[in-house]
Design a protein around this ligand. Sequence first.
Ligand code: HEC
Length: 129
Amino acid sequence: MRLPGARFFVAFLLLPALASAPAAAEDAGARHFAPCRACHSLDPAERGLPGPHLNGLIGRSIGGDPAFDYSPVLRKARDDGLRWDVSRLDSFLADPAAMFPGLWMSMRGVEDATERQALVRFLANPASR
Ligand code: HEC
């Protein structure tokens, strides 16, 4: 079925998104986080996923979900007192297993720097959830 008004309708939907760039960037972060949701929640109360929750990640200790059983390499990073900051998270996401050889996270890195930055901003900013 062809909808005569469809093109106008699409423009109508896109205009507000284009007019507010920060909101659009947050949307991009949320979109890039979609595949991560298969294994990670942003809600500490949500259990049973294959990965730790990522609530309040920036500033948090590496291996910092007390209810999650981490690999030896992340337990060591936690015991060494390492914490997540913006630049460490960006390098991690570029190539997770390079930063922590033996990591139990079967995900290839996010190659695109813009995509990574949107992801990091999204994970750093609770308001954008
Ligand atoms: C197939 C499941 C899976 C996917 C998909 C996945 N992860 Fe993970 N992630 C894990 C597991 C499992 C761990 C714990 C690894 C370990 O203990 O070695 C982890 C650990 C992490 C950590 C460290 C958490 C902490 O508490 O220190 C971060 C950050 C992270 N993942 C981010 C992401 C992001 C962002 C994405 C999407 C781009 C993603 N992950 C996709 C399974 C996954």
